[in-house]
Design a protein around this ligand. Structure first.
Ligand code: SF4
Length: 348
């Protein structure tokens, strides 16, 4: 019989599990608090729970943990990159950024990714498995404990395509925003997708006020299909339509992430094409000079290009900002650290 990830259960499911096995209801609140507020990693730490109950739980459940395999601190800007390892030996990456408004953490939602974007180190390594909601929470729990801080913003933009792990990701969002848990504001959670159109509609209809961030990276289907295979299945017109639906349904502004790749997608004409698609919609454009990834041949756009691209967009009243790549000395773009670690261990 496979064990249940107890950290992925909500309070009603935990209560149901306990009462179905003859335990008292009030124990559920106590155990939930050990898991989600004190963030214990073993049952033996739950000191106010009877031993008999704990050993019963241990026979059917496990507590997910994300252990630190590697931790790199950027000497430029204090960005911290973690390589976490789960008990089954799988690795994921996460990054903690220290912003003026608080600590923000970018976490992973899958081990690897199926989407195959050509500029991404994770995409190159293929897909291994989905993460459970408990494993997503554990990345935050471990970092908070390690750094002695509270994470106030979470971005689902690490390894994996969150909407390809829809049920677990929605479960994570509900648990992370629970006031008896991390108590994050949904408005402080951003989900980044490469554009799985049906799932964008499904997410919109749940009406959870999280921010949707679309990894756009190209102004037309021709360029986008070359770098993002998902575009062949869901072309840009459909993606923009789904994003408009999301913004109209939730009232939340869409963020378009656009990795600026020198000579590929950074001309003024590209900026004009992009503007035609999104003018007049509730949105913001983040331009990110691409991080050089070994073997892709892509280089970041020069400053002059970035400035020119922004000014074309602002001519159409579209807000755009350039986001500097954080932690560029510590392989902060997703999948690079895991790739190196696997290589060192004789993997990919
Ligand atoms: S960019 Fe995101 S969606 Fe694309 S391959 Fe990388 S992890 Fe997957």
């Amino acid at each position: 019989m496979s064990l249940t990830d107890i950290k992925s259960l909500n309070i009603s499911e935990l209560t149901e599990l306990l009462t179905s096995r003859g335990h008292q209801r009030f124990r559920a609140d106590q155990i939930y608090s050990w898991l989600h507020q004190k963030c214990v990693t073993s049952f033996s730490e739950m000191t106010n729970i009877p031993k008999k109950l704990l050993s019963d739980l241990e026979s059917i459940c496990y507590i997910s943990v994300a252990n630190i395999e590697k931790k790199l601190v950027s000497s430029y800007d204090n960005t911290i990159k973690y390589l976490f390892v789960f008990p089954d030996g799988e690795y994921v990456e996460a990054v903690v950024m220290d912003y003026r408004h608080g600590y923000s953490m970018c976490i992973s939602t899958q081990v690897g990714c199926k989407m195959g974007c050509t500029f991404c180190a994770t995409g190159k390594g293929g897909f291994t498995r989905n993460l459970t909601a408990g494993e997503m929470l554990s990345q935050i729990h471990t970092a908070q404990k390690d750094l002695g801080i509270r994470i106030s913003n979470v971005v689902l933009m690490g390894m994996g395509e969150p909407l390809d792990n829809f049920q677990n990701v929605v479960r994570f969002i509900r648990l992370a925003t629970d006031e008896k848990g991390l108590n994050l504001s949904a408005r402080h959670i951003t989900l980044s997708t490469c554009g799985l159109v049906p799932k964008i509609y499904e997410l919109a209809d749940l009406n959870i006020p999280i921010t949707l961030s679309l990894s756009l990276h190209a102004p037309n289907d021709e360029i986008r299909s070359k770098t993002m295979p998902v575009n062949k299945k869901y072309p840009l017109a459909e993606v923009f339509k789904a994003c408009r639906y999301y913004a109209d349904t939730t009232g939340r502004r869409i963020t378009y992430e656009y990795a600026m790749i020198s000579g590929v997608n950074d001309s003024d004409d590209c900026a004009r094409q992009l503007a035609q698609h999104i003018r007049g919609t509730l949105c913001h454009v983040n331009l990110i000079p691409v991080n050089p990834v070994e073997g892709t041949g892509y280089n970041p756009s020069k400053d002059k290009r970035l400035t020119s691209f922004v000014s074309v967009l602002s001519g159409y009243n579209i807000n755009a900002t350039v986001r500097r790549t954080l932690g560029s000395d510590i392989n902060a773009s997703c999948g690079q650290l895991r790739g190196k670690n696997l290589k060192n261990k004789g993997g990919v």
